[in-house]
Design a protein around this ligand. Structure first.
Ligand SMILES: Cc1cc2nc3c(=O)[nH]c(=O)nc-3n(C[C@H](O)[C@H](O)[C@H](O)COP(=O)(O)O)c2cc1C
Length: 157
């Protein structure tokens, strides 16, 4: 679609998803928006972070985002990036998805993982019950042109 306005909105705990977001930014004219949480929210240790995220899910208490988000309905397409945590969508990305309940455009996920993405895509879609168009996602752990370009072409059409 010509002249569409695209945002890449992502959370990254250890930098891999950030690199994927930047790789997309080199291919497309996008607004890159990094989601952040208060620095004390998670640990620097992966296992401790995993336990904190699990507690957040169990208690249904998603972490507050410290990012000031623009008006999201100015975008035709939002590419939402994040790491796979416990085979599903990380809690900061879940916090962001709650902001999309009135979004009128198209959404597509990209994610990075250590080889076991689990239910990421199915869960992502389920977390957006009011968004009409959620396009298929992609794992961009190693964002090569072979993985990224066909996906961008498919989601941008
Ligand atoms: C809390 C936590 C849970 C994770 N769970 C999974 C998982 O279930 N499956 C997987 O393949 N990788 C898992 N990983 C690895 C990350 O998904 C992977 O390293 C990702 O690329 C990190 O992205 P980031 O650097 O943007 O945070 C986990 C990492 C963390 C910190």
């Amino acid at each position: 679609m010509a002249n569409q306005k695209v945002a890449v909105i992502y959370y990254s705990w250890s930098g891999t998803t950030e690199r994927a977001a930047q790789a997309i930014g080199q291919q497309l004219d996008v607004d890159l928006i990094k989601l952040t949480v208060a620095p004390t929210t998670f640990s620097t240790d992966m296992y401790a972070t995993s336990a904190i995220a699990q507690q957040q899910l169990n208690a249904n208490q998603l972490p507050a985002l410290t990012t000031e988000l623009p008006d999201l309905n100015q975008y035709d397409l939002i590419l939402v990036g994040g790491p796979v945590w416990g085979g599903t969508v990380s809690t900061p990305v879940r916090s962001f998805l709650t902001q999309l309940s009135d979004f009128k455009g198209i959404v597509a996920p990209f994610y990075t993982d250590a080889g076991t993405p689990g239910q990421y895509e199915a869960d992502f879609k389920q977390l957006l019950p009011t968004v009409m168009t959620v396009r298929p996602g992609v794992s961009l752990t190693q964002p090569t042109s072979n993985t990224m370009k066909p996906w961008l072409k498919a989601v941008c059409q």
